[in-house]
Design a protein around this ligand. Sequence first.
Ligand SMILES: [Zn+2]
Length: 374
Amino acid sequence: MMPVEMYDLDPIDRRIVAALQVNGRASWTDIAQLAGTSVTTVARRAQQLFADGLVKVTAAPHPGGGPADLLIVRIRCAAGSQLPAAQALAAMPEVRFVALVTGVYDLVAEVLVPKGVSLHSVLLNGLQRIPGVEGSVADLELHTYKSTHEWSRHLLGTGSQLVAPPPVHDCPPAHLDELDEQIIAALREDGRASFQSVAVGLGVSESTVRRRFESLYTAGCVQVITLVPAAALGFEAEILFWLSVAPSRLDAVARELAALRGVRYVAATLGQESLMCEVILPTHADVFEFTTKTLGEIDGIQAWTAGVELLTVKRGFVVTPWAARRLAAEVGDAAGSGATSAAPVATAVPTTRAESPGPVKGNGRTARSRRVSS
Ligand SMILES: [Zn+2]
């Protein structure tokens, strides 16, 4: 595997990002209070993090267009083709998540397949035809127990006054009309865009945009998520686990795992391993503790396999800006044109940064980069 570029932020930056993860549209004033610094400092630092392509706030519609099945696919690639294959996957609009991982498989992807479309055609005509894909195993996700984008909230301490976002739901097409879809689309590139600028772009009034968005947000039709590499917030380990669980204990084990702070995703799947979970932990020692104490002591877990996430290429239907930079540098624009149509962010990252990934400069932050090999 290629070295994965990561950034390590100072405590104030981390608190700003943690606040954005709780509420991506929180005011600079609210965030400044939580971060313990001035409003101008918060605004300046946050804008720098966005400009550096390290943090992205985006509106993530829960998949519109009606009911869908979710497949979790593990993919094996030919040597050297992991990044281009990941890019090709990320360009598929039905793909919600893609990561490069360690282990037997090279890539993990979540694919939404609308009801009525055959899973078979998506797998055979879509995934299997991607150059470099040598094999895959796809498991149907049966139930999501936990999926959180605010996994860093505890960095804010116990006094955090930001209200957690309303729970999202499976949004039937009837919930969103054309203007709703356009407002969400406008907030995908910049989830903090002002209602005024969205209104100007769409030729409607600011109050219409505000009213529409707030109603969608409160109802759970749309969420505003903040993407950041876990390493930037000081978390060394971002790991996907597949657990074999005794059927009679499946639900209880899933709930027990979902209650843990370091677990950001838990889902029951139809496969040899019946639970999948994603874990974000500060150190590899914590991973050892998680496997020996947590997994080792929960009754009903019979076996597990795991893969370390080396590069999160797409999450919440959005190509992460830091992966876009890697892809632009290592795969190139020709292959990247497909990905950009599915995820406009890829075009927003200056190639100069891609050609010389290095320490983040400016504004006195102590940001630095380090390289980690798998
Ligand atoms: Zn809805």
